[in-house]
Design a protein around this ligand. Structure first.
Ligand SMILES: CC(C)(COP(=O)(O)OP(=O)(O)OC[C@H]1O[C@@H](n2cnc3c(N)ncnc32)[C@H](O)[C@@H]1OP(=O)(O)O)[C@@H](O)C(=O)NCCC(=O)NCCS
Length: 137
């Protein structure tokens, strides 16, 4: 496998990957705004083919959130997801100055906790549980 990492994602690529895993889709204007306001983004191609994406959203200082970590079904279970998360974490870490700290959060889809643990994230449901709400108009 020839794996290449990129730090830009187009609207088309974003929608192609999230739709491939059955995630909610968005209109083009929303995706443009979302990607423009993204701290760090990662795209992985395998043998020249779009395989997966991921992004980190946050305030560049105290808090950021891993989001839209998605690998197309045909490329799953080949280590691509881990490459995406580790690259995002590397970029986040590079942005933290000596003496400062920043929290990385995410709300894993059920069953994927062990995947994120392999990337180094902590899972302590007895202490912290994730919550979320969709606002729909
Ligand atoms: C979750 C997802 C990103 C994982 O990507 P992937 O490329 O298949 O994962 P990897 O191959 O990099 O897996 C890395 C390691 O985690 C393990 N792993 C992956 N998914 C796992 C799961 N659901 N449960 C337990 N372990 C898992 C792999 O077995 C592998 O372990 P190993 O290194 O010991 O072999 C991918 O399955 C996906 O896109 N799912 C649909 C979208 C989704 O739910 N995304 C998460 C949003 S929070």
């Amino acid at each position: 496998m020839n794996i290449k990492i990129f730090h830009k994602i187009t609207n088309k690529e974003f929608l192609e990957v999230i739709e491939s895993v059955g995630f909610k889709t968005y209109n083009n204007e929303q995706v443009t705004k979302a990607l423009k306001n993204t701290m760090y983004m990662v795209k992985v191609e395998v043998d020249g083919e779009l395989a997966g994406i991921g992004r980190a959203v946050g305030d560049y200082s105290i808090l950021c959130c891993l989001s839209d970590i998605c690998v197309k079904p045909k490329f799953q279970k080949k280590g691509i997801g881990l490459i995406i998360v580790k690259e995002l974490m590397r970029m986040i870490e590079d942005g933290v100055k000596e003496g400062e700290k920043m929290q990385i959060e995410l709300t894993p889809t059920a069953g994927n906790e062990a995947f994120y643990q392999k990337a180094g994230l902590k899972y302590k449901p007895d202490v912290i549980t994730g919550m979320y709400l969709w606002i729909k108009k």
